[in-house]
Design a protein around this ligand. Structure first.
Ligand code: TYD
Ligand code: MG
Length: 452
């Protein structure tokens, strides 16, 4: 079939036949990416997503739901994030920073999934012996695992036809290329086309595919935006390299809830799941030190306790520093403004450091109250009783607003042995505890009055 080259703007999708430095439609620079089209094909884009029978419309009432077959991955925390195991024939993208443990986890799940099936592990980043070395370290040597070090998508497809796997792992999408295109591996066009061809293969033969994706500076997946639309699930592997904790979070999942997280620890022998993360996150809490407050946040359907630490010190800089990790910086700015205005605390002359211990990222407004308490504790240099745990959203007037999952959070706090649980006063709860005092809080003033 005759092939024709085109250029498409990665921002607005404008398609032209000649390359330009600036897109004539949206005016963005350096966004024109090369693509090829087969002239005889009626429409280019969704070829990979078309199946044999989907051009006939069916009444929805008469359609039968497919019975999704799932396989356990051998990692309960991963199964939880996937919604109960890997759906056969699904396409998953796992993204994360280099060194976070993507290849390690995938080698481990290959071992479980290779029991009775065939796994093709394609690496474009490491040599076969590096893969073997990792497998050896992890104690993986199942017969059903095949490794292939290749980046040419045609060769990968040819090997897949020969090996006939049930699961293909592509580590990583950014290294794959389609020789028909002249753009370099890793470019938007190459990543998109390589993925489309793999997805096509997967849909036709019912093979599951796991793509490893690199992240860019901003933490998003490097490559075309459409990548996330093309796959069934997008999982992010997070954590700080200095810490051994890793969180796996689904931002998209066609076969399960998106808000579940899995918690792992990177050990000498690979990723180990952490079934009780709160205990681990709270272990080694400092005693009698100001600026620390325990928080209880919901991660999916699971409550997690973690410690928020703040440090406010007199600034020597013309504009004081604010360094926040594990929490949205804007949320910290907002709380500082509320505390300054409503409680008259002078944060503006201080450098402020805020951190969530253990590398956990909390993006929930329920962390407002514990964060505000830790800030007050630090600036007043008065420690919070270690038996205190708090959750609640704070409004601009300093009022404490209701949050979801109140009973789950209180139960978790009681289970962990906290004795004073500060909760939003408008939340109704049914949990009763003789060991812990549940204290309804109207506002941050009230919290400050109770604690300091
Ligand atoms: P890796 O899986 O290669 O990360 P990614 O594929 O996300 O880039 O793992 C990176 C780090 O993990 C590496 O520095 C070594 C360490 N590691 C362990 O701590 N324990 C292990 O069992 C293995 C295999 C690796
Ligand atoms: Mg890797």
């Amino acid at each position: 079939m005759k092939q024709k080259t085109f250029y498409q703007c990665s921002e607005c999708g404008n398609k032209v036949s000649k390359w330009m430095g600036k897109c004539s439609a949206c005016g963005e620079w350096n966004t024109m990416e090369e693509g090829v089209t087969e002239v005889a094909a009626p429409a280019k884009m969704p070829v990979a997503l078309r199946t044999a029978n989907d051009s006939t419309a069916e009444p929805i009432s008469q359609m039968e739901l497919p019975n999704y077959m799932r396989s356990g991955t051998g990692q309960a925390e991963l199964d939880r994030v996937l919604g109960g195991g890997l759906v056969h024939g699904s396409v998953i993208l796992i993204a994360g920073e280099p060194g976070i443990g993507k290849s390690t986890l995938l080698m481990q799940i290959s071992a479980s999934l290779a029991e009775g099936s065939t796994v093709l592990y394609v690496s474009g980043e490491e040599s076969a012996w590096q893969l073997k070395y990792r497998a050896k370290r992890l104690g993986v040597d199942q017969e059903g695992i095949f490794v292939l070090t290749e980046t040419n998508i045609d060769k990968i497809i040819a090997e897949s036809d020969r090996v006939n796997p049930d699961l293909i792992i592509i580590d990583s999408v950014q290294t794959m290329y389609d020789a028909r295109l002249s753009s370099t591996p890793g470019s938007i066009t190459q990543v998109r086309e390589s993925c489309l061809r793999m997805i096509n293969l997967a849909k036709v033969h019912g093979i599951s595919v796991v793509f490893v994706g690199h992240v860019n500076k901003e933490g998003g997946i490097a490559g075309p935006k459409v990548l996330e639309h093309m796959v069934d699930a997008v999982l992010y592997f997070e954590g700080e390299r200095q810490h051994s904790f890793r969180l796996l979070r689904a931002t998209k999942n066609r076969y399960g809830a998106t808000n579940e997280i899995g918690v792992f620890e990177m050990t000498e022998r690979g990723m180990v799941e952490v079934p009780n993360p709160s205990e681990v996150l709270l272990s080694g809490r400092p005693q009698g030190v100001s600026g620390c407050c325990a928080a209880c946040v919901m991660e999916g359907s699971r409550p997690l306790a973690a410690e928020v630490q703040s440090l406010a010190t007199a600034s020597v800089f013309p504009s004081p520093k604010r360094t926040v990790s594990g929490i949205d910086t804007n949320r910290t700015f907002l709380l500082l403004a509320v505390l300054e205005k409503r409680l008259g605390l002078r944060f503006s002359a201080n450098d402020i450091y805020v951190n969530v211990v253990g590398g956990l990222r909390i993006d929930e407004p329920a962390a407002d109250l514990p964060q505000a308490i830790s800030l007050i504790s630090s600036i007043k240099d008065k420690p919070v009783d270690p038996g205190v745990i708090a959750f609640g959203e704070l409004g601009l007037a300093g009022e404490c607003r209701a949050v979801s999952g109140i009973d789950l959070r209180i139960n978790e706090a009681v289970r962990l042995g906290f004795t004073q649980i500060l909760v939003p006063h408008t939340n109704k709860f049914t949990v009763k505890s003789k060991d812990a005092k549940i204290i309804p809080i109207k506002s941050i003033f009230e919290a400050a009055k109770v604690l300091f």
